[in-house]
Design a protein around this ligand. Structure first.
Ligand SMILES: NC(=O)c1ccc[n+]([C@@H]2O[C@H](COP(=O)([O-])OP(=O)(O)OC[C@H]3O[C@@H](n4cnc5c(N)ncnc54)[C@H](OP(=O)(O)O)[C@@H]3O)[C@@H](O)[C@H]2O)c1
Length: 177
């Protein structure tokens, strides 16, 4: 059984990026002495799955940010010039998860964005949702889960309030009724 964690930062109004797709609004919340548990999380992750728009954001960075991990980019169109360790697929979410599990992966970070997360959520493929709520209002931009359901009801597993105003919420899907 493969575990899929959608770990993501959202604004108070549920946006994961601003209206231009940018995440520069998160910069002010990065601190050298607080990694919000991301290092420990990454140590448990053996593959990363992302949507094409999130890939394009990552690809535009000076360096590919996840060179130590196998990454799968979900796109219905061919993607040229992929970095090492990155492959693209047009498979539906359940097949992507199945093939990662068959290849021996055990813990996937569903990096985002909201459209891809919605597709995985609607198929009940997200086993853990970890949301960092940033106390800012963006007013526009892609949503945390940006697509139709039905989406599972969630059970809260944990809540941590950081002194700087960030809140970490962790959920898992409730068992089907
Ligand atoms: N705050 C955070 O922690 C965080 C984390 C991740 C991303 N982001 C931001 O989120 C933004 C992108 O999110 P987004 O929601 O706009 O896009 P997205 O989910 O990253 O990408 C959507 C694209 O994924 C492809 N796709 C393949 N299979 C799909 C499926 N079954 N369902 C839906 N899409 C599928 C499609 O690409 P094709 O059109 O090529 O088929 C679709 O257009 C970026 O600005 C990124 O920076 C923020």
């Amino acid at each position: 059984m493969i575990e899929v964690s959608y770990l993501v930062a959202q604004s108070l109004d549920g946006r994961i990026a601003d209206a231009t797709g940018g995440v520069g609004w998160l910069d002010a919340w990065h601190h050298p002495d607080e990694d919000y548990g991301l290092g420990a999380f990454m140590a448990t992750v053996d593959a990363i799955v992302m949507g094409r728009r999130t890939y394009e954001f990552c690809r535009a960075l000076p360096e590919w940010p996840y060179p130590a991990h196998v990454s799968v980019v979900c796109s219905r169109a061919p993607l040229p010039d992929l970095p090492p360790q990155v492959r693209a697929t047009a498979e539906p979410p359940e097949l992507v998860a199945h093939h990662l599990a068959a290849a021996g992966h055990r813990h996937v970070w569903l990096l985002g964005g909201g459209q891809l997360a919605a597709a995985w959520s609607a198929r009940r493929l997200i086993s853990r949702l970890v949301v960092f709520v940033i106390p800012e209002v963006l007013g526009a931009g892609p949503s945390l889960i940006d697509g139709p359901g039905p989406h599972p009801t969630l059970q809260r597993l944990a809540l941590h309030a950081y002194a700087n105003g960030v809140t970490r919420l962790e959920y898992r899907p409730a068992p089907p009724a």
